[in-house]
Design a binder for this molecule. Sequence first.
Ligand code: A3P
Length: 328
Amino acid sequence: KYLQEDELSEDVRVLLSTLPTAKGWFVNTIYQYQGFWYSPKQLQGLLNCQKHFQAQDNDILLATQPKSGTTWLKALAFSLINRKNKYPITLNNQDHPLFTNNPHTLVPFLEFDIFHVKDVVPDLSAFSSPRLFATHLPYALLPESMKNSNCKIVYLCRDPKDNFISLWHFSNALRREGSNSLDESFDKFCRGINVGGPFWDHILSYWKETSLLEKPNNNNKKVMFLRFEELRMNTSFVLKNLAEFLGCPFSKEEENQGLMDDILKLCSFENLRNLEVNKNGKRPSGIENKAYFRRGEIGDWKNHLSVEMIEKLNDIVENKMGTFGFRF
Ligand code: A3P
């Protein structure tokens, strides 16, 4: 599953030779590009996407860091925007595509699933409008056309301690042999060395687009900023706001019919995790779908991190993010 040299275009190979490197969690070597860490394959997709993606004003982009709840957000957004015209929410007869497809199949990542092949400009004409994409790229590295269009971006982040623990488990689930030690992985995470990281810079890149502190006259309608914890604790409220932001608010009739609850049930951890496709299916990359559904809870870090680790990570995050008005 690791990238062969000949899968990289010439310009990516040249670029790689100029970049700082570190040992990765999933692949042998990761590269620091414009402040963020990537595997060669991701860099290929990132550059291809930056070069060729043409945004449309009604595009919707789901932006996250790995393990912050991407799979859940994909399921929710897909259900919301398609419920009126294409895929009514049906819990009983299991017609809805989420019963037979992993959410990552229904909402592709720009840099991993669409623009990942070297020297190929993908044909996106089969996407119906509004097009729904996902990305792990930070705001600064999004294609210019996306930043300049009126498309909508939903950003979801998660408490760093839970995000770290989830990432650590995921990295070990993906390894064929051996495992990443908790201590070594933690040390890397704290130094900002993880794919797509530093963790805090990724969040700040989107936070700055919404924050009044950064932009006092901010009239931001482009980025909706969400947290895994609020989604977990206050799901209906967030779902309602999300539907409004995406331009498909719930009607009174839908609310009376209990449609919000149906969507929440359809996309719930318990429902998705127990579907055949998510128990035994695989992504084209070979990753097993079940790796995306572990516990889905808040606070699993308490079972893994020592008091010193907790203090250390809290301090780092406060130092890096507090001055920007961001706190977990
Ligand atoms: P844990 O490892 O803490 O269980 P991502 O989708 O960004 O890869 O994030 C994966 C994390 O989200 C995992 O966290 C996973 O269990 C959790 N998750 C996946 N689907 C979920 C759902 N429907 N509801 C709540 N959490 C979910």
